[in-house]
Design a protein around this ligand. Structure first.
Ligand code: DGJ
Length: 729
């Protein structure tokens, strides 16, 4: 059993595969005090007896006598503000008397097998109750009748704990939730580095690592989506932690809207890390009898470096967050027309792309933006989800049928959350977008955001998208979202509850996605948000793959995909081979490098194969044959990062099959440099004892991992190499 309660010390030990998370109920405070998160230990009594507590140091205590520590100087499972703990709270509740003081005392707990779903929110799940065990700890503030349930679920086979918070108003007062974080964890010291994923449009999820300092390091989104700029993830690492060694603690939030993740080093050099819905301008009214559910956060621990942490997330997210028919299935190789045509296409042009793609062995044709309303550019038609008959005289149904007759499947782009001012939908329902009366509506890409907090808007979107999906042979949907939220207000929500709209938008979106993915289980839904603006665990629950970035330049993509792989499984990272010079960066990279980069994710093409020279077309044929032969390795293999493009001008990684009998190592050069020193690539994840065939050599796993493969001098800028490594017998 992974969860143990020791009645005598009133302690809880949550045992992951190799890790322990522990806390106990303080006798006098009667509140949960954190004890340990890290390598596995079994002795709960010792943890309680030797817990860290400092004496009073200008921080008042709760007044149960001098021996009771101040709340500022203990490690709290659920910190609140105003009674001695001056650090950032996890929960802040405004009360009718103007007070925000909370006094949450232990009330009860229950331990049960399995893991319950979270109402209205995406979350990790179990397929049978013996996969996980859960602890629900109930705390009560008697004065106002506020019940707080802390939920911890421990998966048997992983070093992860899912944490979330549910709040119930069992009193008679209307309360205001101003801050409800999903988890807050105190560490007794501050000798850590903080690692997070930072970026912008077209350069998402760069790896940033810096030592903690006194004060607060916060990353957040206020944009209404998880954003290109920051990802809802934060890790603490020991200063010496590398890819393969040292301790790493991760917090990843299963949410796609405004979030905050922060590390705070206090006056006694203790660290508090916390993550959850961004409290900035958040205010949720909780009336008597109502409850509020926070998103869940996945805490992952590794004593084997950052690579070990990533493996925990890859395995859990790939197997128990992603859902549906495509969770475990090989993904189709797609060809998308966006970079091939942008808005400038008609039926014959599309069919010529699909024709060539089908002949080459590509498996699914995706029609991107521009097929609906009268959309020739980005100034119109979002919301009018019916085919533009000027471009597609016989509609989507006929186009899909013609594509499918070529032996490949058909996919379609939508951006359902948006509306253009120049659209029938907006002319009919100008009140359906987010807005604040008497204020201008800020624009981006000539579009406004629909108010998904409104039931009639959600119903309209579900029925509209569903009717298109019913009308044609559509096996794939690309669900795009190309702007951040502004003037986040809803006429349908009372004025004093406008602070709920950003979260209600997310709940509305999740409801739409739940309905559509359940109604169309055979459809592969791919997420997208102006590239990778909403690449987060919340989206992975509905979309097993996500378009990673609008930047398809192979060299830049290596950085973006490398950073994304810190948390997200490679099979979720969509990547396409595109034309050169690259449309965004203007860089030319070899076709082989573009292939090697794209096969390191959800593989596809985004160009017109008709426009390639004959030798490039034969190369594409070879690439497709290679990928199909080894697709399982790239879909199900363990992914190890070998060389970071953030610390070198090159980059490398390896896929290793779960039985370690087959691997593919990829090395990407930067700019060519003459007369360089010898370079070797040390591999990882192989079986040291096994003899592998690499090209025309037989090499043992220990040689490959401890000495490495010789890297030849690059033939030119941005060259790459792929080695297939197969066990000899
Ligand atoms: C942004 C996406 O990231 C692109 O791939 C493309 O679908 C465009 N939107 C279409 O408007």
């Amino acid at each position: 059993m992974p969860i143990h309660y020791h009645a005598q010390s009133r302690s809880f030990l949550l045992q992951g595969a190799c890790s322990t998370y522990a806390f106990f109920l303080h006798k006098r405070l009667n509140t949960p005090i954190h004890l340990h998160w890290g390598k596995r230990v079994a002795d709960a009594e010792a943890l309680v007896a030797n817990r860290v507590e400092k004496g009073h140091c200008m921080s008042p205590g709760p007044g149960f006598g001098e021996t009771t520590p101040s709340l500022d100087e203990v490690m709290l499972e659920l910190p609140t503000f105003g009674s001695g703990d001056y650090r950032s709270p996890a929960l802040d509740v405004s009360q009718p008397d103007g007070s925000r003081i909370l006094d949450l005392r232990y009330s009860s707990h229950r331990i049960f097998s399995g893991k319950p779903p979270l109402a209205g929110l995406p979350a990790t799940y179990v397929e049978s109750n013996d996969e996980a065990e859960s602890l629900e700890l109930e705390l009560l503030d008697r004065k106002i009748g506020l019940r707080v349930y802390l939920l911890y679920s421990v998966f048997h086979d992983y070093d992860v704990i899912a944490r979330s918070v549910r709040i119930e108003n069992v009193g008679a007062l209307t309360l205001g939730l101003d801050r409800v974080l999903s988890a807050s964890i105190d560490f007794p010291d501050s000798a850590y580095h903080c690692l997070h994923l930072q970026g912008s449009w077209a350069r998402e999820r760069y790896v940033r690592r810096s030592p903690l300092q006194t004060g607060i390091l916060a990353i957040e989104s206020r944009r209404g989506s998880s954003s290109h700029m920051h990802n809802p993830f934060l890790a603490l690492l020991e200063p010496t932690t590398t890819e393969t060694a040292g301790e790493a603690y991760g917090m990843s939030l299963v949410y796609s809207g405004n979030f905050i993740a922060q590390a705070e080093v206090s006056h006694i050099d203790a660290t508090r890390v916390s993550i959850g819905i961004n409290p900035f301008q958040f205010h949720w009214e909780l009336r008597p009898g109502e409850s509020f559910q926070s998103p869940e956060t996945i805490l992952a621990y590794s004593s084997c470096g950052l690579g070990g942490l990533s493996h925990q997330y890859h395995r859990l997210y790939g197997r128990r967050l992603c859902r549906g028919a495509y969770r475990d299935a090989p993904r189709p190789i797609v060809i998308n027309n966006w970079e091939a045509t942008y808005f400038d296409f008609d039926q014959p042009k599309l069919l010529s792309i699909a024709d060539k793609a089908a002949a080459a062995g590509i498996e699914l044709f995706v029609l991107d933006d521009g097929w609906f309303g009268h959309r020739d550019d980005d100034t119109s038609s979002l919301g009018d989800w019916f085919a533009d008959r000027r471009k597609l005289p016989d509609g989507i149904e006929a186009l899909a049928a013609e594509v499918c007759d070529k032996g490949i499947r058909f996919g379609l782009w939508f951006e359902p959350e948006m509306v253009s001012e120049d659209s029938d939908l907006y002319r009919k329902h100008p009140d359906w977008c987010l807005q604040v009366e008497g204020r201008r509506k800020s624009m981006f890409r000539n579009q406004l955001v629909l108010d998904l907090s409104r039931a009639e808007v959600r119903d309209y979107l579900v029925e509209t998208v569903a009717s298109v999906l019913h009308s044609a042979r559509i096996s794939y949907v690309k669900w795009d979202m190309n702007r951040n939220l502004t003037e986040v207000g809803s006429p349908s929500v009372p004025s004093h509850r406008q602070g709920e709209v950003a979260h209600r938008y997310m709940l509305g979106l999740y409801q739409i996605l739940e309905t559509l993915t359940a109604r169309f289980p055979h459809v592969l839904f791919e997420g997208c948000s102006g590239g990778g603006g909403r690449f987060d665990p919340g989206m992975l629950y509905y979309f097993p793959q996500i378009w990673t970035s609008d930047n398809t330049d192979a060299h830049r993509r290596q950085q973006i995909q490398y950073g994304t792989s810190i948390v997200y499984p490679p099979s979720s990272i969509s990547a396409h081979v595109t034309a050169c010079p690259n449309h965004l960066e203007g860089r030319s990279t070899p076709l082989a490098t573009r292939f090697h980069t794209a096969l390191s994710g959800g593989f596809g093409y985004e160009l017109d194969l008709n426009k390639l020279a004959a030798d490039e077309q034969s190369a594409v044929a070879r690439h497709l044959a290679f990928y199909k032969e080894h697709r399982d390795l790239f879909t199900y293999g363990d992914f190890h990062r070998l060389i970071s493009p953030f610390e070198n001008d090159s980059c490398a990684w390896i896929y290793v099959s779960p039985d370690r009998r087959k691997a593919a190592a990829l090395y990407f050069h930067g700019l060519k440099t003459c007369n360089m020193n010898w370079k070797r690539l040390r591999l990882r994840g192989l079986d040291a004892e096994v003899l592998y065939r690499v090209g025309n050599q037989m090499l043992r796993g220990d040689y490959l991992m401890h000495v490495g493969l010789n890297i030849s001098e690059a033939s030119g800028d941005f060259a790459s190499e792929l080695w297939l490594i197969e066990a000899s017998v």
